[in-house]
Write a protein that binds this ligand. Structure first.
Ligand SMILES: C[S@@+](CC[C@H](N)C(=O)[O-])C[C@H]1O[C@@H](n2cnc3c(N)ncnc32)[C@H](O)[C@@H]1O
Length: 305
């Protein structure tokens, strides 16, 4: 099965992200370059796009997709948590917008040897970048039962985390996604299998790539680089990511973080962002029909004050 990656919430992303046609933008999860292509069509030739992806193989797709555009395009193969180092290395001191379209691309899911999919047999890898410290196999084969249960519970929000962790321990060592799938299925009743498989695979992927930690770190790191009026747009695909974005935006919007029992403000916190999407932006029914992968997407946007 070989799909292309269809960019999610494309028009909405451009609408919330674009403020200056000659600006400097960061696509922190450039993937196959779908969002960037659409953005570049709206930018003047003097604009700059910095595209980041941890996955070098996917960055080749982005480079091919963007090669005809006249703007200055800088691609970096690195974790987006290094965004400020990338900007510094290019002597960029401020940006007008940053997009983070989180998670994985359809191209990565479809490549069996990456081990992201429970639908295809592949090695238990699941790393975005080969230099990530541990593979899924390492976690599955060496972590304690309690640790595996907590990963599945916390990052997969899976009710049967404990019994799944037990089944994993009983069936290890494991080498492939098929081995993991089979172990999960031994304790998952038929009607729940697909959702449970998706949640468990997701939880291990999040753990392997330290996705939530990287997201939190990057939101904080990039904030000082946004010009006044610059925008931050994040598309999340599960509630854990979305909660981090929501809490960060609220924190950045507030001008006081003192405990409520204090009679007056004692902190020097200043408002840094204004939340633009008071309710989250979701794909239309038509988009979900066209691209079922979009169904869990939620977009939030905020502007630097
Ligand atoms: C949903 S895809 C992005 C698709 C892209 N917007 C497009 O239109 O083609 C997410 C991409 O982000 C990358 N990614 C996820 N977490 C990352 C991180 N912490 N640092 C850098 N890249 C990351 C993945 O490798 C993947 O290519």
């Amino acid at each position: 099965m070989n799909r292309i990656h269809i960019p999610v919430l494309l028009d909405e992303t451009i609408e919330w992200l674009l403020t200056r046609r000659d600006g400097v933008y960061v696509d922190a999860t450039i993937g196959a370059g779908g969002h960037s292509q659409a953005l570049l069509k709206h930018l003047d030739s003097g604009a700059t796009l910095v595209g980041i992806d941890a996955d070098g193989t996917i960055l080749d797709h982005a480079a091919a997709a963007l090669k005809e555009f006249p703007q200055r395009i800088l691609l970096a193969e690195t974790n987006f948590s290094h965004v400020t180092a990338v900007l510094k290395s290019q002597h960029i001191t401020g940006i007008d917008g940053i997009l983070m379209d989180l998670g994985i691309s359809s191209l990565q899911i479809d490549e069996a040897k990456r081990g992201f999919s429970y639908q295809q047999e592949g090695p238990l890898d699941m790393r975005f970048a080969e230099d990530a410290t541990e593979t899924a196999a390492k976690v599955i084969n060496t972590a304690s039962e309690e640790k595996i249960a907590s990963i599945i519970k916390e990052y997969g929000e899976e009710r049967y985390a404990k019994s799944i962790a037990r089944a994993i321990i009983t069936n290890r060592p494991m080498e492939t996604t098929t081995d993991l799938r089979a172990a999960i299925e031994t304790v998952t009743p038929e009607p729940y299998r697909i959702k449970t498989l998706a949640r468990v695979f997701q939880s291990i992927r999040i753990h392997v790539n330290r996705e939530l930690e990287m997201l939190k770190q990057t939101l904080h790191a990039v904030l000082p680089y946004l010009h006044s009026g610059g925008r931050m747009v994040v598309i999340a695909y599960h509630s854990l990511e979305d909660r981090i974005v929501k809490q960060f935006s609220k924190w950045a919007e507030s001008d006081c973080v003192c405990p409520p029992e204090l009679p007056q403000c004692m902190c020097d916190k200043e408002q840094e962002l204004k939340i633009l999407t008071r309710s989250i932006v979701r794909p239309s029914d038509e988009e979900i029909e066209r691209n079922p992968r979009a169904r869990s997407a939620r977009l939030r946007a905020a502007e630097k004050v």
